[in-house]
Ligand binder design. Structure first.
Ligand code: SAH
Length: 464
């Protein structure tokens, strides 16, 4: 295959960024905007030895599963990748992706994998699901202020106030912010020159409470005429928190570390199940509240708690799974590397009056083995045990030392939550060589219209 060659390719798979994948005589081509089932004419834009990239020039035969995207800028915008594939087919694709990885990379028997699979958890309404949006602010060629999303891989802003996966409240808020800027002659930040004031608008909305937070990210310490913005935004029902964040760095990081309150509280409140959370502009919080409850509900079911168990939640973030499970467990220990997240976890435990959760700051691969060794020293050689261990690692999966210590703690059940089924398969393979077996698995769609898929697996200790 050579650059600038034109070929016809049948798309048979898709990557995590939603790009179509097809083969021509054994050579793999990645084609943005092509979906499973398409027969596409493709211009090769980059050719490596084993694989290359191509641009979709023409659909020779469109996939029968193609639909008209609901969003008018779905193709340009970097936010969604597979809106042009019917939602049903998206779910099928995601489930197959996980299944394939478990079989190919995990070395599990296809029959076993199929017999213990629970059908993918998709959304009934796969639109307007996100409770958080970060809109970059800029100006178009005519100098008009715009808000939207970055095109994939570049920082060109695709204007769009009406994102179909975001909250419906975003549009009126953004209109008010842009009108406020115009009225007061405020400039949008320009990445090239580093000039201009307003960089981003962060909007969060509590799914259960309807509380709304707006945070303007500024290339400066002060927002002129802030009271005018506050007056205007307060007309929006549910407005609870208006803040600015100071970010004067030339960086891709959106939020600055300083937050100044303009009006209301500096946080909003929301619930996952019965557990209440305070969410500040800088807090990590799951972005799809409907599916988060599905995922955590599944984790709870797999954990099989009766009320007395010792549970570990490794890679716990702000302790959302820990607190969810604490209500049904004897004791929950959470481990997380980001100190700020653990501060939030402790605060959230307190707000909810949860007293049986304890949190450790540090790398799982250090905290867990150290805890195990210390316990043994302090308990005359008796070793630490857990009844249930939940892990929810980042994409790279668990370090081997984490998996080893988990096995040494001899939990009856391990619940593995994963955002990357390739590393999941690798880790499961090890656990299953060390005395555990897969009992059930289920894919859950946390991010409709993207190529991402979450997986949850129940692993049980084999009885000897
Ligand atoms: N379970 C949480 C979030 C999990 S995301 C929830 O449902 O909300 C994965 C988390 O692992 C992130 O919070 C990340 O900061 C943390 N992390 C990444 N590497 C880690 C490591 N080596 N040790 C401990 N935590 C880590």
């Amino acid at each position: 295959m050579k650059k600038n060659e034109r070929v016809v390719v049948t798309i048979t798979d898709m990557g995590v960024n939603g790009e179509g994948i097809g083969k021509v005589d054994g050579y793999t081509l990645f084609v943005k905007d092509a979906v499973i089932g398409d027969v596409a004419e493709v211009l090769v834009t980059k050719a490596k030895k084993q694989y290359g990239y191509g641009r979709l020039m023409k659909l020779v035969a469109p996939s029968p599963d193609r639909v008209e995207p609901v969003c008018g800028v779905a193709r340009q915008c970097g936010g969604c990748q597979i809106q042009m594939l019917s939602y049903e087919k998206q779910l099928e694709f995601k489930q197959n992706k996980v299944r394939g990885n478990l079989i190919r990379l995990g070395g599990f028997d296809a029959e076993l994998i199929d017999s213990i699979m629970e059908p993918i958890g998709g959304m009934k309404e796969p639109f307007h699901y996100r409770n958080k949006a970060q809109y970059p602010i800029g100006s178009d060629k005519e100098g008009n202020l715009i808000a939207g999303f970055y095109a994939g891989r570049t920082h060109q802003i695709i204007p769009n106030l009406d994102c179909v996966i975001g909250s419906e409240v975003n549009m009126p808020i953004l209109k008010k912010v842009l009108e406020f800027m115009k009225r007061n002659g405020l400039q949008a930040y320009e990445e090239q020159s580093g000039r201009g004031l307003v960089r981003h608008v962060l909007i969060r909305r509590g799914f259960r409470t309807g509380e709304i937070m707006v945070c303007l990210v500024l290339n400066g310490t002060k927002l002129p005429s802030a009271e005018d913005l506050v007056r205007s935004l307060r007309e929006i029902e549910g407005m609870t928190s208006i803040t600015v964040s100071v970010n004067r760095e030339k960086t891709n990081v959106i939020m600055g570390s300083e937050i100044h309150l303009l009006w209301g509280q500096d946080y909003i409140t929301d619930y996952i199940g019965n557990v209440k959370y305070q969410i500040s502009p800088l807090s990590f919080y799951q972005v799809n509240p409907v599916q988060t409850e599905v995922l955590y509900g599944q984790a709870l079911a797999y954990a099989g708690l009766t009320g007395n168990e010792v549970v570990w939640d490794v890679y716990c973030g702000i302790g959302t799974i820990s607190l969810f499970l604490a209500q049904k467990a004897g004791k929950v220990y959470g481990v997380e590397v980001v100190p700020q997240a653990i501060e939030d976890a402790r605060k959230n435990a307190e707000i909810n009056g949860i007293e049986n959760a304890e949190f450790f700051v540090g790398k799982a691969e250090e905290v867990l083995p150290e805890y195990y060794a210390r316990y043994e020293r302090e308990h005359d050689g008796e070793t630490a045990r857990a009844d249930v261990i939940v892990v929810d690692p980042p994409r790279k999966g668990c370090e081997e030392s984490v998996l080893r210590t988990m096995v040494e703690m001899r939990p009856e059940r391990i619940v593995y939550v994963s955002c990357d089924s390739a590393t999941l398969a690798r880790d499961l393979k090890m656990l299953c060589q060390w005395g555990y077996e897969m009992k059930k698995w289920r894919a859950i769609d946390m991010f409709p219209h993207s190529g991402h898929v979450e997986t949850i697996v129940l692993i049980q200790r084999k009885t000897m």
